[in-house]
Design a protein around this ligand. Structure first.
Ligand SMILES: Nc1nc2c(ncn2[C@@H]2O[C@H](COP(=O)(O)OP(=O)(O)OP(=O)(O)O)[C@@H](O)[C@H]2O)c(=O)[nH]1
Ligand SMILES: [Mg+2]
Length: 464
């Protein structure tokens, strides 16, 4: 390990949640975690990075297999050696012994670390015969030890464990659920690490760690806002052109052109979401794609009502009747799309067809069917914003140790930014104005910046 950052060695019995903790603390879902016992086969090092710099290091380890032998060795030989020297002697003595390699690796990790974190699954009973030797090793180490109690449930053995730990003078104990590793949870773990009896230099490390964790969190929010703003600009300016040779435009052609537009928008949205997932350290998480099933009517609920749209429209500039005030549904399931029916109003159009009742429209111009967003259909931006915020909210709340699929339910009634949630009144007007300027490509760079700041403010206020 060639960095000066503080190092934590995670030890504890197999399947007690060590790798889950490290996954949560490094904000990385690529660390192997599983239901089966013995997932982590050997000591591995992970680091928490900020701006490509290591903030701290973690050794993930399997459980000790030979704790009894180690303790016996320490007791017999400790008088011969100074401090941890007896552990080096243990390593030398057993370096050729195949059955000892796993434990030797753990000892090496422990010796190379500034802090020891011992993880305990309190849904299991305390059994001195099973774990007592490990506690003796911890006592011997004389390094700051933090005990994390994991798998807390309604009926668990926390009490029993607390009493046992106190007998071994292991008193720095904190309950934690890595599966629920929101920002506050992780901040709490880092704060708890801070309370360990550390040297001045170690405390300075931890100070820096806590500081960087907070700065990093803000930065991830800013980067997400930037990505979402960029994605919205791209969608609002997206033009889908379908060439055709036929003389007449029939239903099949119309459907194909619409599908192409919808897919184009969907791809932009999906790419944006992927980038946001990476910003938050989700590399392998699956977000359930309900595109094929989602009901257009439900997506409509993410926009504004006819009434609100009309009120806002009055404040934003001229607003047409009909389609411009109709709530729209966006980008789901190929059921509907969002180009308003501004007949003949778009990009040199010669004619326009209203399809999907009042939801979508396109223009036909010289053997081309062209789809593009309408400047007056503000609801498109409302829907996009709410969908992006919901996705972000679910990512942030999910936690890196949680490997279950993130399901954004079909019905936005149960969303955080769903049917029940609305932007503030003055914000609605701003969104409509952003929408209009972006579609018309007026001052887009400046507007994108403002939109980005706007999104960041909403995230700061709404996602804690
Ligand atoms: N209910 C519950 N399950 C948890 C908690 N923490 C971890 N788990 C689950 O426990 C299992 C084991 O977690 P791991 O992180 O792989 O445990 P480990 O200690 O690294 O296991 P080994 O690598 O086998 O030594 C996984 O299925 C986790 O999802 C928790 O706080 N509550
Ligand atoms: Mg593991």
């Amino acid at each position: 390990m060639k960095n000066n950052a503080p190092t934590f060695a995670f030890i504890g019995k197999p399947n007690n949640g060590k790798s889950s903790m490290i996954s949560a603390l490094t904000f990385d879902d690529r660390i192997e975690v599983s239901k089966s016992v013995g997932t982590t086969k050997k000591a591995l090092q992970y680091s928490y990075y900020y701006k490509q710099k290591v903030v701290c290091n973690f050794f993930d380890t399997p459980g000790f297999e030979q704790a009894k032998k180690i303790v016996a060795f320490i007791k017999e030989q400790r008088s011969e050696y100074f401090g941890h020297g007896v552990l080096d002697a243990f390593i030398s003595q057993y370096s050729e012994d195949a059955g000892m390699q796993k434990d030797i690796e753990i000892i090496r990790a422990v010796l190379a670390s500034d802090f020891i974190v011992f993880v305990i699954d309190v849904s299991q009973r305390y059994n001195q015969n099973v774990i007592g030797y490990e506690f003796e090793i911890l006592q011997f180490l004389k390094k700051p030890v933090l005990i994390l109690l994991n798998k807390i449930q309604k009926q668990d053995y926390t009490q029993e464990w607390q009493e046992a730990l106190h007998k071994y003078k292991l008193t720095n104990i904190h309950p934690i659920n890595p599966l629920n590793s929101s920002y506050e949870n992780i901040d709490t773990i880092y704060k708890n690490l801070y309370t360990v009896d550390a040297t001045l230099q170690q405390k300075q490390f931890l100070d820096e760690l806590l500081h960087l964790h907070r700065v990093h969190y803000q930065e991830k929010k800013s980067l997400s806002a930037k990505e979402i703003a960029g994605m919205i600009v791209e969608i609002l300016q997206f033009e889908s052109v379908m060439q055709f040779k036929e003389k007449e435009v029939d239903e099949t052609l119309k459907e194909r052109a619409l599908k192409k537009y919808q897919n184009g928008i969907y791809e932009i949205e999906k790419n944006g979401k992927n980038v946001v997932e990476k910003i938050w350290g989700y590399y392998q998480i699956k977000v359930l794609d309900e595109r094929a099933e989602i009901d257009a009517k439900e997506s409509v609920n993410l926009g504004l009502t006819k009434n609100r749209l009309a009120i806002i429209g009055a404040g934003v500039g001229a607003i047409g009747s009909g389609a411009a005030v109709a709530p729209i549904a966006l980008f789901d399931g190929g059921i509907s799309t969002a180009v308003a029916a501004t007949v003949g109003g778009l990009i040199g159009a010669k004619s326009a067809y209203v399809i999907g009742e009042k939801f979508a429209s396109y223009i036909i111009s010289k053997h081309k069917i062209i789809h593009k967003m309408d400047a007056k259909n503000y609801n498109a931006t409302f829907v996009l914003l709410k969908r992006s915020l919901e996705h972000l909210y679910r990512l942030i709340k999910h936690g890196h140790a949680n490997r279950e699929v993130i399901v954004i339910p079909k019905n936005p009634d149960s969303w955080h930014f769903g049917t029940e949630w609305s932007f503030q009144r003055d914000e609605e007007k701003k969104i409509a104005a952003f929408h209009k300027s972006i579609v018309k490509d007026e001052n887009t760079k400046k507007v994108e910046k403002e939109l980005c700041q706007f999104i960041e403010n909403v995230i700061d206020r709404e996602i804690k």
